[in-house]
Design a protein around this ligand. Structure first.
Ligand code: S3P
Length: 197
């Protein structure tokens, strides 16, 4: 069956899906589409922190420090995990914290969007919104982050790959399939009309 003729499904999600992975993995773009498909709210922790502080992330790092940012990140994750299941895109450092991983493990489901260095670099190299990459050797920093963080991301409940040039929908479909397999989705309604022809 071609994707065009797939029936429209309405899903029930029993846990908040927490997208983790490095900068440039596509957590926000994939998350927005995933939430749309599942019919739940999409929340981006970076955006929530910026809104609460009324400052951009580079401003927060400059006027306060990384710790201040991390505290905000922890609060957003904790709050959302106690609300209705939704899709939450986290900043690349969020899953590094033991406390965050524990909270997510208790009441969410973590999904690592895995991508290789060149794919990530292509997506972040022209942006200035990420303070960790605003120094002299951003690609070197990204390489180091990948080496040190990947073993931690790897412990996520679900791992999906995002290759360079992959449409976000491919990643979204892989996540839905994995959530379904892990019994985190129930199909509440299925519109079969499209299949009758
Ligand atoms: C960070 C990633 C950023 C943002 C902050 C720190 C990190 O989010 O939270 O700049 O430590 O990797 P994205 O992963 O959405 O770019």
């Amino acid at each position: 069956m071609s994707p065009m003729s797939e029936p429209i499904r309405t899903y029930g999600l029993n846990r908040t899906v927490v997208l983790v992975g490095l900068m440039g993995a596509g957590k926000s773009s994939v998350g927005r589409r995933l939430a749309d498909r599942l019919g739940v709210r999409f929340v981006d922790s970076d955006f929530e922190i910026e809104a609460a502080a009324d400052m951009t992330i580079p401003e927060i790092f400059e006027r306060f420090d990384e710790q201040y940012f991390r505290d905000g990140e922890r609060r957003v994750i904790s709050r959302l995990l106690n609300e209705e299941p939704c899709v939450l895109a986290t900043g690349g450092g969020a899953f590094l914290s033991n406390e965050n991983r524990k909270m997510i493990g208790n009441s969410g489901i973590s999904v690592w969007i895995k991508a290789d260095l060149e794919t990530l670099w292509e997506r972040v190299k022209d942006k200035t919104s990420r303070p960790l990459l605003n120094g002299d050797d951003p690609k070197g920093v990204l390489t180091k982050l990948l080496e040190t963080r990947n073993p931690i991301y790897e412990t996520a409940d679900i791992v999906v790959s995002s290759a360079s040039g992959d449409p976000h929908e491919v990643v979204v479909n892989a996540i839905i399939e994995a959530l379904d397999k892990a019994d985190h989705l129930s199909v509440i309604a299925k519109n079969e009309e499209q299949n009758e022809h």
